[in-house]
Design a protein around this ligand. Structure first.
Ligand SMILES: [Mn+2]
Length: 327
């Protein structure tokens, strides 16, 4: 039977019996899903469990400093049954990608997440949308486990919380977020070193790509909209990868007076991936929805079946006609 909004006590009791446990991250993994999975695995192993980590996609090299990152399994073991499979930071079953086969084939299932629209798709669900990161929930479980939180787990949880809260700057950052971070610092982690790995270790190819993106900057609607583009040719010339485009959109959004930042990237098949970021009351979830995409109010995206210039013109036209609906 499915149960929603379980207590930490129930979750802890359900973690006691299973011996072979699968811990599953979401596709295109971020710091929260990876850090949360690693910390959960660490504490379950300390309890004598045999834990396997799953993620459909290879985690970003930025997270390479996290202990145990290479333990994540690719395709070879997917689909094998476990006593318990735990989906971490996944708002629905699809977020596990091909690793959902492991979830389906396991005897019991659990879902630990903080996304407001979580589908409560597991047998046991613990979803708290008031937390900045799934890492906060894993921390709450960790403090209730018999053993202390080890340094590796603390580093993983700090990474989870820092990345998902925008370095403790997004509106989801609460006093609890800071309290948990303080406790993790007391576990002996080196915050300066972690921040350096996470936020100050760019490949030169990424900086070259950023320079191309900045060179494409154009302002519209009396400076309320800033738009940047990257073509396949730009990527090639910079020697950059698609993952190097991550968060470039913020440079557009962060300009004084700009309400909407847009970043358009040409995909290998000639279509366009659009990223939208807003300041203030602009609802970019709705804007993305006009193009079959979605996301959150202040951060969203869409895949548009058109070239960069056609996609740009369509977006600017929609924005111009619907401006009043979006603010
Ligand atoms: Mn998250």
């Amino acid at each position: 039977m499915r149960e929603m909004n379980m207590t930490i006590d129930t979750i802890l009791s359900l973690l006691k019996e299973p011996v072979r446990i699968a811990v599953i991250a979401h596709i295109l993994p971020d710091g929260d899903t990876i850090g949360s999975c690693l910390a959960l695995a660490d504490m379950l192993r300390a309890e004598g469990k045999s834990v396997s980590l799953f993620c459909q996609d290879t985690p970003s090299a930025t997270l390479g400093f996290l202990y145990g990152l290479t333990d994540f399994k690719g395709e070879e073991r997917i689909g094998q049954p476990y006593d318990l499979a735990i989906a971490v930071d996944c708002s629905d079953m699809e977020r596990m990608g091909i690793c959902s086969a492991t979830f389906h084939n396991s005897r019991h299932t659990m879902n630990i997440d903080h996304h407001p629209g979580n589908a409560c798709f597991a047998e046991a669900n613990y979803v708290d949308p008031k937390t900045s990161a799934t890492g906060e929930i894993i921390y709450r479980i960790a403090v209730r486990m018999p053993g202390p939180i080890g340094k590796h787990a603390a580093e993983a949880l700090y990474t989870a919380i820092s990345t998902d809260s925008g370095r403790f700057s997004f509106s989801n950052t609460t006093s609890d977020t800071y309290r948990i971070a303080a406790e993790l610092v007391d576990c002996g982690i080196n915050v300066e070193e972690i921040n350096d790995f996470l936020y100050q270790s760019f490949r030169v190819e990424r900086i070259r790509l950023l320079s191309k993106a900045l060179g494409s900057l154009a302002l519209y609607e009396d400076g309320k909209v800033a738009l940047m583009t990257i073509s396949r040719k730009d990527l090639l010339e910079a020697g950059a990868k698609d993952s190097d485009t991550e968060s470039i959109v913020n440079y557009a959004k962060n300009i004084v007076g700009v309400k909407l930042g847009i970043f358009l990237r040409e995909m290998p098949d000639g279509t366009t991936k659009a990223s939208f970021r807003s300041k203030g009351d602009m609802d970019v979830n709705r804007l993305a929805g006009l193009f079959g995409g979605g996301g959150h109010k202040k951060a969203s995206g869409a895949n548009i079946a058109a070239s960069l210039t056609v996609a740009r013109d369509e977006i600017l036209a929609e924005f111009h006609t619907r401006y009043k609906e979006l603010v």
